[in-house]
Write a protein that binds this ligand. Structure first.
Ligand code: BG6
Length: 519
């Protein structure tokens, strides 16, 4: 990582603080490269990737030279491709037409039939030719913005036409970026890995989890390990439970084809939720360095107590949304959504109780909940501390004293808030909980870096910190696969799926846990 000290002025609740260890990317530190996007005519390219690159370009944070080659089966000219992306960027935000023209000159298009050797060979020739014309030094990133069933086909062909081979001494590097899902169970994850490794070595592979690129998620490690006051109490002696919530207000939208096969456990738990758990529970690595951080996260995954078949019922609640209200409008139930089977038993909500079987966390429950069509969009980690061991106020107060709570807000509040007890001013002895907040974007100046822009920069820099390593993927599937198998093959599958009203906080069966983390 490129770490530099920079003087930063931040305002924390009216006070101005100066100084701080910051890291930023100067485009000069990035090697020239070509980004090859497979699936360039698709949604991800238009909505996320190109807007992220355009913003990096505006911030002068792209390598020089840098070009994008879009590939897909559709036949398009370079100009038609540029025009399509111009409209997409304009839809996503403001566009400066003068600057767009300069940026668009870096965009090229090459139609590719993914399973055709001849077509992929043409792409290879085209890229080699473009390298010479644009001086990109043969450095290439292959971004698979395609459905996962095409990963093996494309990764295989990239290898067969020699595009995954790297030059010597770090020149002419080749990196491949894949998005989740990394398989749909342990076996398919292993199969996918085998295919990727036929052409690429592990350090050439970047498995994206966009949650890891969120500033507030990255901040978990900073909060825990760049301060002394939290770690001594970050354990079973002081913490009662941890809640991790990723609630969504939207339904399945236009992704029924994928979601029907995935369901909430594969879509959110195998990846994002388990990453949040690992960041909250991990030990401090000896250095802030990608493999050391990922080693510690892997240790957490290895320590998660497997759920025995017979204990599933006490530790997991699955649900599916019915029709209801969202933003004052009537919305359909999951089974009425376009592309969803009218008898679907795909869960759109899950709440699960995890235990991390190690010295630090023995006996502390981690409640993880995620679902679609819930009351609001909210992502947060709640660290609930234990009650005071002895209340000397018991004679003067009738109420129980609420224990301390630390909330790491990820969305929409990007903040850290700590609740503690204070005396209400006056003659009477009265306690009241108050909350001390730090709001991320009020506290720091400068525009936030979009999660996609952050991961794309890291791929260009060759930094793996925010990406999944294969052992992590396998550990996560090892835990989840038996649970999925049990849920998907049990005789009373339908009975295990609890309906909940759109706009609610999930099935009533989960409310006793949900009420611990939702206010
Ligand atoms: C994606 C899931 O990975 O994350 C989606 O596939 C989900 O189903 C999304 O909606 C949530 O991401 P965020 O950043 O909006 O919380």
């Amino acid at each position: 990582m490129t770490a530099m000290n920079r003087s930063e002025e931040a305002t924390v609740k009216g006070q101005t603080t100066t100084g701080g260890a910051c890291e930023f990317v100067a485009s000069g530190s990035l090697a020239p490269c070509t980004l090859v996007i497979f699936g360039a005519s698709g949604d991800l390219t238009a909505r996320k990737l190109i807007p992220a690159f355009y913003n990096l370009y505006l911030a002068d944070s792209l390598p020089k030279p840098f070009v994008v080659v879009g590939c897909s089966r559709t036949k398009l000219s370079h100009d038609a491709f540029r025009e399509k992306l111009k409209q997409a960027v304009a839809r996503e935000g403001n566009i400066d037409l003068g600057r767009w023209r300069d940026f668009a000159a870096k965009l090229f298009y090459q139609p590719v039939t993914y399973d055709s050797q001849e077509s992929c060979q043409e792409l290879a020739d085209y890229l080699r030719d473009l390298d010479k014309k644009q001086n990109t030094g043969g450095n290439r990133i292959f971004y698979l913005a395609v459905p996962p069933n095409l990963y093996p086909v494309i990764a295989g062909k990239i290898g067969e036409v020699g595009l995954s081979r790297e030059g010597r001494k770090g020149n002419g590097w080749a990196r491949i970026v894949v998005e989740k899902p990394f398989g749909r169970d342990l076996q398919t994850a292993l199969d996918l890995d085998k295919v990727l490794h036929k052409s690429f070595r592990e350090n050439q592979i970047y498995r994206i989890d966009h949650y890891l690129a969120k500033e507030t998620v990255q901040n978990i490690l900073m909060l825990r390990f760049a301060n002394t006051i939290f770690e001594p109490i970050w354990n079973r002696n002081f913490i009662d439970y941890v809640g991790i919530l990723a609630a969504e207000k939207l339904g399945v939208e236009n992704r029924a084809g994928y979601y029907e096969q995935a369901g909430v456990l594969r879509d959110m738990f195998q990846n994002h939720m388990v990453q949040l758990l690992a960041l909250t529970a991990m030990e401090s690595p000896s250095l802030f360095e990608d493999d050391r951080v990922r080693d510690e996260k892997a240790k957490v995954s290895r320590s998660i107590k497997p759920l025995a078949r017979e204990s599933l019922v006490d530790n997991l609640v699955l649900g599916q949304y019915k029709g209801g209200m969202a933003d004052g409008k009537e919305v359909p139930g999951y089974r009425e959504e376009k592309g969803v089977n009218a008898n679907s038993i795909t869960p759109t909500f899950a709440m699960m109780r995890y235990f991390v079987d190690n010295w630090r966390w023995q006996g502390v429950p981690f409640y993880l909940a995620s679902g679609k069509r819930l009351a609001r969009k909210e992502t947060k980690i709640v660290v609930q501390f234990k009650n005071v061991p002895h209340s000397m106020f018991r004679e003067v107060l009738d109420e129980k004293i609420a224990a301390n709570r630390l909330v790491l807000g990820i969305y929409p509040e990007e903040e850290i808030s700590l609740t503690f007890q204070t005396k209400v001013p006056g003659a009477k002895s009265c306690l009241r909980p108050v909350t001390m907040d730090f709001t991320y974007y009020q506290g720091f100046q400068g525009s936030p870096l979009d999660a996609y822009a952050k991961v794309l920069l890291d791929v260009m820099m060759g930094d793996h910190m925010l990406f999944w390593r294969q052992d992590g993927v396998e550990l996560s599937w090892s835990y989840l696969t038996p649970i999925l198998l049990e849920c998907e093959t049990c005789a009373n599958r339908e009975a295990q799926l609890h309906p909940y009203e759109a706009g609610s906080w999930g099935p009533v069966e989960s409310l006793k846990w949900m009420s611990l983390i939702v206010e």
